[in-house]
Design a protein around this ligand. Structure first.
Ligand code: HEM
Length: 358
């Protein structure tokens, strides 16, 4: 059963067409725990800080420099936000830079198949089947290479991972590569594009951040709450449960609407206001909750923080140069186009990156 909203016809086509995956989000209990343990250490806060902070800061600078090279005008969603998180996760995974466009296309075919511009083939199921087939072909080679010659990358950890002393089988490794290679960038790209859009739409909030960079950490959570790029997941109730005035019966499907949770007026005062000083911004549920809490949450926050820390001190002005557009998606979504016009100063020449504190 697919963990996302989908017609029965699409589900059947995916089952028959070989587009089925079994990733962390499809698992429960011990199976989930053991499978997640294979990569968990990579994504703990200290590991993220120690191993990834330098590379992320370097890439943040590269993409703010790219904005400058684009001459003061770009589509921030397409030209910048789409590539920066992609390059971060691919360099952690160990996918070479020349294959990043392929990873991007396949991720869009898989996660944004609601959008005719991002799908491959006629419909949603065809797009998903085709993407899964191509991912399988690609990662089979990566897996064989890393088993033969392990490196210091995440792909080697997956390729040589063991559960109860047994190596992961082909389907397990493949599903792992796919979830990391897809969940690891589309969501963060959407948050970044949506964050810049929100800051341009709310110049008072942008000024606050420029005047007081210590607000950036909180702003990152407010941006993620505001954008909520993962719209929903589906679950099956394991037992009867009473929620408010509703009884959910064991076995029933439940839709987790992260968008709705993040606009809950019982938790967030004035939830439809974008407020970088919101006292409880970090209570959002955009990363989920419980044992399936997003594996990459610390990394995603680090990426947004690094980008804002690089951009804001260099940003002299910014405005829209056209109309923004959204990805029509019921699953992972955010802005598709954010056309902007801006002035950016060069980076300070000393080349010393500010240290990031979590
Ligand atoms: C702002 C960016 C991101 C958002 C909003 C986001 C959101 C989510 C959500 C809602 C879930 C499901 C949680 C649940 O079912 O309760 C999830 C799971 C997951 N995310 Fe993220 N994610 C982001 C970035 C990342 C990154 C950078 C990675 C990199 C590896 C990643 C990897 C994963 C994985 C592997 C899971 C499955 C965890 C499990 O089921 O145990 N995500 N994410």
């Amino acid at each position: 059963m697919q963990p996302v909203l989908m017609s029965k016809r699409d589900q059947e086509q995916i089952r028959q067409g070989g587009g089925t995956l079994k990733t962390l989000v499809h698992m429960d209990g011990n199976e989930h725990h053991s499978y997640r343990s294979v990569t968990n250490d990579w994504f703990k806060p200290n590991a993220v800080r120690r191993q990834m902070e330098g590379r992320v800061a370097e890439l943040a600078r590269k993409y703010v420099d790219r904005m400058m090279e684009l001459g003061g005008e770009c589509d921030f969603a397409t030209d910048i936000a789409r590539f920066y998180p992609l390059q971060v996760i691919m360099s952690i995974l160990g996918v070479p830079e020349q294959d990043e466009p392929l990873m991007l296309r396949l991720t869009q075919n898989l996660l944004s198949s609601d959008d005719p511009d991002f799908r491959e083939g006629g419909g949603r199921a065809e797009s998903i089947n085709a993407a899964v087939g191509k991912f399988a072909e690609y990662f089979a080679k990566v897996n064989a290479a890393r088993r033969a010659h392990p490196e210091r990358d995440l792909a080697s950890t997956i390729a040589n991972g063991r559960i109860d002393g047994h190596p992961l089988d082909e389907f397990q490794t493949f599903s792992y590569y796919v979830i990391v290679a897809t969940a690891g960038h589309d969501t963060t790209s959407s948050s970044l594009a949506g964050g810049i859009r929100a800051l341009v739409e709310h110049p008072d909030q942008l000024s606050l951040l420029k005047e007081d960079p210590s607000l950036i950490d909180n702003a990152v959570d407010e941006i993620i709450r505001w954008v909520t790029p993962v719209r929903h997941f589906l679950r099956h109730a394991q037992e009867d449960y009473v929620l408010g005035d509703k009884t959910i019966r064991k076995g029933e499907r439940v839709l987790l609407s992260y968008l709705s949770a993040n606009r809950d007026e019982a938790v967030f005062q004035d939830p439809f206001k974008f407020d970088v000083r919101r006292a409880n911004a970090n209570q959002h549920l955009a990363f989920g909750i419980g044992v399936h809490f997003c594996l990459g949450a610390h990394l995603a926050r680090l990426e947004l923080r690094a980008f804002l820390r690089e951009l804001l001190p260099r940003l002299e002005s910014i405005d829209f140069s056209g109309a923004c557009e959204d990805i029509p998606s019921t699953f992972v979504g955010g802005p598709k186009r954010v056309p902007i016009r801006y002035k950016i100063k060069p980076a300070p020449s000393c080349g010393v990156m500010p240290r990031m504190v979590e």
